[in-house]
Design a protein. Structure first.
Length: 415
């Protein structure tokens, strides 16, 4: 029976309406799917976004996908792309046989997830050298996985890949920071050791060791030097009147003050023994180390005067007598081995050293006696008293000596 025109028009309107309803339903379903995907992605980001450990990330990811898809078992594997060895894995609901295989594979080559009878498997890339895979077993409802499920699982996997990449970068930064901190700690330790070494090793020896760790430059050689000897006047009588401990404290106090001046002027303390010390000065210009030796001698007298004033009423004042000579000497580093350990000294031996020691014996308390050679190098910068030729023990020829005393208002030597 032929439909009338109004009926046909009504039928077409009805068909278009039903088509639009179907389109709207599909759009609604697609929108709901997208909303669900976005919510799931948001939940995953909240769960793993701030984690800094790949193992923890994949454990959280596995629990989420199992709950999202209602799966009874699942596995996530991270493997090295070059060797195909497992780097990390998380699994749940795996039977004993598969679990044993995974434990073995964890240290060997990774098995393909397809061989483990999963219903859906999704690979994802983390780094060129690090790949990931997610495998899920049957749904608890018995339903099959849909293309939408595959899409959502791939989206979650890619989100996890970003989190793992960030975690790996964070771990690399932490590792680098730890290595840097360890390097700084070692540098500080070396600097501390170097500072401690400086207390026991003369400056020149330390410089020689740093210049030539193999010890080639530590051999003794002839060099032009100025040698200073300084002794406490009346030390024997002082030691007879004081307890040993108090006497040692007194000597350490004075010699500590002297050491600051000596090191500032470039001197190397060769030896301290009881009441005296020996100091070696070197410089490219022979006149330079002669001036440094005299400046150090004057500083020793000045610091003695200042320390005497500070200790007035507590200790009797002391006086220093000092001798200086310049010339060629046999110099070099000497290592002394003993039961208590190793000690380095920088020594100068020969006639030049012997004369400096004998001149110190000529000096009266609070004065400095110089050899003619040292006076010649000083020029006319200092007013010196000519003591004339002096016969010195174990020195074949008489030595002309000159005396220099600390001026009454001598200015302090500045740093």
């Amino acid at each position: 029976m032929k439909r009338s025109a109004p009926e046909e028009r009504l039928q077409r309107i009805k068909a278009r309406y039903e088509s639009r309803l179907q389109d709207a339903a599909r759009a609604q379903a697609e929108l709901e799917k997208r909303i669900y995907h976005l919510k799931t992605l948001y939940d995953l980001s909240r769960e793993i976004g701030f984690l800094r450990d790949a193992d923890e990330i994949i454990r959280n990811l596995l629990m989420m996908v199992l709950g999202t898809f209602g799966a009874e078992r699942g596995l996530i594997v991270l493997r090295d792309a070059a060797t195909n060895r497992i780097q990390s894995l998380a699994h749940r609901g795996i039977d004993n046989a598969t679990d044993a295989a995974l434990a073995l594979a964890h240290h060997h080559v990774a098995q393909p997830l397809e061989s483990m009878d999963f219903r859906i498997c999704v690979p994802f890339d983390i780094e060129p050298t690090l790949k990931g895979s997610i495998g899920l077993g049957e749904k608890l409802t018995g339903e099959d996985y849909t293309p939408d499920d595959s899409e959502l699982l791939a989206t979650l996997a890619n989100q996890a890949a970003v989190a793992i990449r960030n975690a790996c970068a964070h771990q690399e930064v932490v590792r680098y920071a730890n290595e840097l901190a360890e390097s700084l700690r070692r540098i500080q330790l070396l600097e501390s050791m170097k500072a401690s070494l400086g207390k026991f090793v003369p400056k020149t020896v330390k410089e020689l060791i740093e210049k030539s760790p193999d010890g080639a430059v530590l051999e003794r050689r002839e060099a032009d030097v100025s040698v200073l000897f300084a002794d406490i006047t009346g030390y024997t009588q002082l030691s007879a009147k004081m307890e040993v401990e108090r006497l040692n404290q007194l000597v350490e106090l004075y010699f500590g003050a002297f050491l600051d001046e000596i090191l500032r002027l470039g001197g190397d303390v060769n030896e301290t023994a009881g009441d005296g010390l020996m100091v070696i000065f070197q410089a490219p210009d022979p006149r330079g180390h002669a001036r440094a030796a005299l400046d150090a001698a004057l500083a020793i007298l000045r610091r003695t005067h200042e320390t005497n004033a500070t200790l007035e009423g507590y200790y009797e004042p002391i006086a220093m007598h000092i001798g200086i000579n310049s010339g060629m000497a046999n110099v070099g580093a000497t290592k002394i081995e003993g039961a208590a350990g190793t000690r380095w000294t920088y020594t100068a031996s020969g006639t030049t050293t012997n004369i400096a020691a004998r001149l110190a014996a000529l000096a009266e308390g609070g004065s400095i006696v110089l050899s003619e050679e040292t006076r010649r190098r000083l020029g006319e910068a200092h007013a010196l008293e000519d003591l004339g030729p002096r016969t010195l023990k174990n020195v074949p020829e008489p030595v002309r000596a000159y005396r220099c005393a600390l001026p009454a208002e001598a200015p302090k030597v500045t740093t």
